[in-house]
Ligand binder design. Structure first.
Ligand code: BG6
Length: 509
């Protein structure tokens, strides 16, 4: 593998949860894999006051809990942490950024960083334009000697207008090719495999269109509630938190045309065409095709869970959705008339993300179904997580006399691979940025286009008093009415279990 150049990672918002749980464990895994360059340093920047020693101590715990190499020896972890530093500044004050520059100059000499810096913004979004402005003020965004890149965490904007403004403001201080808008779903190995499954196999692609596919389901279910993120979540909701970004990205990979080459430019171009083809919903369609829900309290397997409105930092009368489901159409040649059903929610029965391709049934039902399972045949399931893998459900003859048919599984699980080190999404994405590859990052235009699609839904929910918000008990699959979204009497959502090969109401969760 080609080594990336010497460089530093500067994390703003370094005292936060993301740094502790995801970023540093990912960088540590890169270090253990030998992917970090010889000259490498990490500088954490935040308001909270820590010494380097205190910061490292905290990060060590994070590594031991969340890194892939969590069993690494103390010596390995300490050696890695010896090039991790901390700087406390008031990030809202321009003059304090001189200290960032000073510290980087010092680290540059110590580690021979060749003045290559990645700035990672893991701060509240209010700072997404402030920090770039002050970095620019110190000349830190100019690529005269080394490279300068900036990674922006989600949420990228709060609505269409704010996303457009954010793009414009960032472009005052950075060039587009320096900006890496992260969507961690794109770093997931199984999400990248969507494209490989489609375009590396001759068998699927000829069927991958409106002639053979009846509908597509995209699900991201979570069993957790909003945890301690009530303050953020109550302003966001499921549509902004999961659909505008992660699930529309997944949809674009399922729906895109084959790129002519595997380059950032070609893939982004094809994805963009999908975003542009998403059919905007009229008022009537919004009423019919979009459903929102909010979890209520319930006792699940003997444990009591609070309703959303009782969660910390959530408004007692909140109308924020913790569940959203919708029927989306893509107005292009390949997908005309094929519904894409997308749903996500918190406090659902289990944590599962997957894509289900429902092929059209055979034109004539010649055989009787042994267990009434005919409607679950003809499905290709691309499991994103957990039990990562692929499952094809087909009908097979039940042995014996007659011609009864039963649904059977052909399944592949990543865990069956001999070498199944699956890098975390952050590991993959940070490494790509270190090497200057932005293929798995979002273009500014694409971020705007996905907001353009969801904006009418946000407006409908916000402004129309008749727009229903359905309660659903914690631990259920969301509001019952979501079943009515699916066209066709025989069709329902798949109710996935933790194990890829199982589904239905009764399963291990
Ligand atoms: C984040 C959302 O972007 O994705 C969270 O803000 C959500 O609310 C998370 O829990 C889900 O990510 P994953 O990788 O666990 O599916």
């Amino acid at each position: 593998m080609k080594k990336v150049p010497n460089q530093a990672l500067v994390i703003f918002g370094a005292s936060g949860d993301l740094t502790y749980r995801k970023l540093i464990p990912a960088v540590f895994d890169l270090y253990m894999n030998g992917s970090t360059p010889d000259g490498y340093a990490v500088l954490g920047v935040s308001r909270s006051s820590f010494t380097d020693h205190e910061f490292r101590k905290k990060l060590k715990e994070g590594i031991q809990e969340f890194a892939h190499y969590k069993e690494a020896s103390d010596a390995d972890i300490d050696r890695f942490l010896s090039s991790v530093f901390y700087l406390s500044i008031d990030t809202g004050k321009g003059e304090e950024y001189a200290r960032v520059k000073e510290k980087l100059d010092e680290l540059n000499k110590q580690f021979n960083l060749e003045q290559n810096y990645i700035f990672y913004l893991s701060t509240p979004p209010a700072l997404y334009t402030t920090i770039p402005k002050y970095l620019y003020g110190q000349g830190l965004t100019l690529q005269q000697k080394g490279f300068r890149r900036i990674i922006i965490e989600k949420p990228f904007g709060h609505d269409l207008l704010s996303a457009i403004n954010l793009n414009q403001q960032l472009l005052e201080f950075f060039e587009e090719e320096q900006i890496y808008r992260i969507d961690h779903y794109l770093g997931k190995e199984t999400v990248q495999n969507l494209m490989v499954t489609r375009f590396a196999n001759g068998i699927y692609e000829p069927l991958w269109n409106r002639n053979f596919i009846q509908h597509v389901e995209i699900t991201a279910a979570e069993s957790i509630g909003v945890e301690d993120r009530g303050g953020y979540y109550d302003e966001a909701g499921a549509l902004r938190d999961m659909i505008q970004n992660h699930l529309l990205q997944v949809l674009s990979l399922v729906a895109m045309e084959p790129p002519s080459k595997i380059t950032a430019e070609d893939i982004r171009y094809e994805k963009m065409k999908v975003f542009r083809s998403l059919r905007p919903m009229s008022k009537t369609e919004l009423k019919k095709n979009v459903i929102r829900g909010q979890y209520t309290d319930a006792t699940v397997r003997g444990k009591h869970y609070n309703g959303y409105r009782e969660e910390p930092n959530v408004a007692p009368q909140s109308r924020t959705e913790t569940y959203a489901a919708m029927k989306i159409f893509i107005d292009n040649w390949r997908w005309q008339g094929v519904p894409f059903y997308v749903r996500t929610g918190k406090r659902l029965p289990t944590q599962v993300s997957e894509v289900v391709i429902h092929f059209r049934p055979s034109p004539q039902r010649l055989f009787k179904s042994a267990d009434n399972s005919a409607h679950s045949d003809n499905q290709l399931i691309l499991r994103i997580q957990p039990d990562e893998g692929i499952l094809l459900k087909t009908g097979m003859k039940v042995p014996g006399s007659g011609y009864e048919v039963r649904s059977v599984n052909m399944d592949f699980h990543y865990s069956e691979l001999n070498d199944h080190y699956i890098p975390s999404a952050y590991e993959r994405l940070i490494l790509d940025c270190m090497g200057g590859d932005n293929m798995l990052y979002m273009q500014g235009e694409a971020a705007e286009e996905t907001w353009r699609f969801v904006q009418p839904i946000l407006d409908y929910w916000e402004n129309d008093n008749d727009a229903p918000l359905h309660g659903y008990p914690s631990g259920s699959w969301g509001p019952d009415v979501a079943d009515d979204l699916i066209e066709g009497k025989e069709n329902t959502w798949r109710y996935p279990c933790k194990n890829l090969a199982e589904d239905g109401v009764y399963c291990e969760l």
